[in-house]
Design a protein around this ligand. Structure first.
Ligand SMILES: [Zn+2]
Ligand SMILES: [Zn+2]
Length: 138
């Protein structure tokens, strides 16, 4: 049985706070250009069912930027912290949301998963661990 992760997170200023419990998922590190521009990359994310994410404050402080045809990126409008990647217009993925895992309180109980979009990684970024590497999303 998959273990359940109880998580609690917030943005840098604390205006946006959230929590929840969701199945364990390895943390993916995205090396794509968009993630790099958005948060100086790579973007480390923990993906959860959207219904398992509850806001305890500041849901109205979140702003979304539509970064592609099917996805949007959520950030705090007060401090600018990157918070979520959500494929809200993708039929298969819209019910899940990727949380910027750096927003979560330690210890998270999570483990490191694959490096994705390695084909687009920055030239200065050397991947030296033994985690799986994918050129694209898998
Ligand atoms: Zn904030
Ligand atoms: Zn990315």
């Amino acid at each position: 049985m998959t273990k359940t992760i109880e998580f609690k997170g917030r943005c840098l200023c604390g205006a946006v706070a959230f929590e929840g419990a969701a199945p364990d998922e390895p943390v993916s590190s995205c090396h794509c250009k968009q993630c790099r521009q958005w948060g100086s990359g790579p973007f480390d994310a923990y993906s959860v069912p959207l219904a398992n994410l509850k806001f305890t404050s500041g849901e109205d402080a979140i702003k979304f930027y539509e970064s592609s045809e099917f996805a949007r990126r959520g950030f705090c409008s007060k401090c600018g912290s990157s918070l979520f990647w959500h494929a809200d217009r993708h039929p298969d993925w819209k019910d899940r949301i990727a949380i910027a895992v750096g927003t979560l309180e330690q210890p998270t109980g999570l483990t490191a998963g694959p490096h994705i979009f390695c084909a687009a990684k920055a030239d200065y970024h050397e991947i030296k661990d033994s985690r799986p590497q994918y050129a694209g999303e898998d």
